[in-house]
Design a binder for this molecule. Structure first.
Ligand code: ATP
Ligand code: MG
Length: 409
């Protein structure tokens, strides 16, 4: 049997990037031989094994044929006769379809190295269209390598467009989609992921709520970029520039969905878009089964981001309601994520990327003032049950009034 490094490990070494996980392909072997060498099978009918020591993935060279809709609809054929070239041709992009032996000799039948040099993301063969997940993968690689100048090839974008129009994207499971989306959002330029999906018509299918923001104007005084879709991309860009976690990036992406529902007669204003957007945010959350912390933060940021921007003008009682809504006493981290999401929203506007955002520290101060109210003295005064809750609220309100006064003096 011959063993080769494939996929990301080869690509990233040639790009001079750190290689984290290595995928291997094994040519000329049977499953029985792998088991005899101590490899552990990954799944019952999948010709992939884990190395007994390193735990890395070793896949038998295989060919694939599409046999139905979605990813379940594939039949694999793995046998010792399948060649390296046959295995590589079923891969998504030419830059992912190179192999390397232990002497670093490159096998590159589909010209991945040339495309690496030219900074092009190009599909390997027309079989690309057999797995709709590849639309998301290409967009994710575009987001990752945008900083190196990579672009999607015209003919690949065309195939992605055909796939998006074919209805195949709807067959993707929430789990597979979310895995790509969440990884793409954590790349260095996640806004490119959304842009590429939009360019090929996939955004309209996967997240029509975001697609609908493009072409919707906002008031120029607050939004020099005007377009709500462009604003959303910029907010996401800021979140990545400031290395925010996935929860914040997800919330940034969804914060303004309500603007897509504003009747044209009301443009460029978007009265109550925060509230109107909630059902859309919920729908997107559920469509991709986003993790609970992402779902929660997206809804809270959607509902309260304008409160964040107006923080300095809010009455003490409104500040208190805001803090209560976030349960800042038990979930301080979540409120901090809200604050930074608001800051990204404020900076994701043309020409305002460097603006200061005093609201952030003001909100932090308010949170610590409210959190500083001790329960013990109230217990000692005999409060319990709902009365204790009310007393606590009164004390917090007092603390916030004092905080507001000290902050404005
Ligand atoms: P990463 O750095 O994100 O791990 P990778 O290229 O190694 O990038 P993997 O998901 O680990 O990506 O997959 C390993 C290889 O398997 C890819 O390089 C590609 O050749 C192939 N591959 C994975 N998923 C698909 C797919 N859905 N369609 C076609 N080829 C795929
Ligand atoms: Mg990999």
């Amino acid at each position: 049997m011959q063993i080769y490094k494939v996929g990301g490990a080869v690509r990233d070494r040639l790009l001079g990037k750190p290689v984290t996980d290595i995928d291997w392909v094994v040519v000329g072997a049977t499953a029985e031989e792998m088991l005899a060498k101590g490899f552990r099978p990954v799944g019952a009918d999948f010709p992939v094994f884990l190395h007994p020591k390193s735990g890395e993935e070793y896949a038998l060279a295989r060919t694939e044929r599409k046999s139905g809709r979605g990813y379940g609809g594939f039949t694999f054929h793995a046998s010792p006769e399948v060649t390296l070239e046959e295995d590589l041709i079923r891969r998504d992009l030419t830059i992912n379809a190179m192999a390397e032996d232990d002497q670093q000799n490159l096998t590159d039948p589909y010209h991945g190295q040339r495309d690496l040099d030219d900074r092009i993301l190009r599909h390997v063969s027309p079989a690309f269209a057999e797995d709709p997940l590849r639309v998301l993968r290409v967009a994710r690689f575009a987001a990752r390598y945008a900083e190196l100048g990579f672009k999607v090839a015209h003919e690949t974008l065309e195939l992605m467009r055909q796939l998006s129009e074919s209805g195949e994207l709807e067959a993707l499971t929430a789990e597979r989609s979310w895995k790509e989306i969440s990884r793409a959002l954590m790349e260095s330029q996640p806004q490119v992921f959304i842009q590429v999906l939009r360019d090929c018509g996939a955004l309209k299918v996967l997240m029509p709520e975001i697609d609908a923001l493009f072409g919707v104007p906002q008031p120029e005084v607050h939004h020099p970029e005007i377009d709500s879709g462009i604003h959303t991309l910029s907010v996401l860009e800021q979140a990545a520039l400031h290395q925010q976690p996935l929860t914040v990036r997800w919330a940034c992406l969804l914060h303004d969905l309500g603007k897509g529902l504003t009747p044209e007669e009301e443009w460029p204003r978007h009265i109550a878009h925060e509230h109107k957007g909630l059902k859309l945010i919920k729908a997107v959350n559920e469509r991709f089964k986003a993790p609970k912390d992402c779902q929660e933060l997206a809804l809270l940021v959607g509902q309260y981001h304008t409160h964040g921007h107006r923080a300095l003008e809010l009455k003490a009682s409104t500040l208190l309601e805001l803090l209560q809504s976030f349960d800042v006493y038990r979930r301080p981290q979540r409120f901090e994520e809200f604050i930074v999401a608001c800051e990204m929203d404020a900076r994701g506007r043309k020409g305002l990327e460097q603006r200061s955002y005093p609201q952030a520290d003001y909100l932090r101060g308010a949170a610590s003032a409210a959190r500083g109210v001790a329960v013990q003295p109230l217990l000692e005064r005999g409060f319990k049950g709902p009365e204790l809750g009310e007393a606590l609220k009164r004390e917090r309100l007092k603390a916030l009034k004092a905080y507001k006064e000290s902050a404005s003096s």
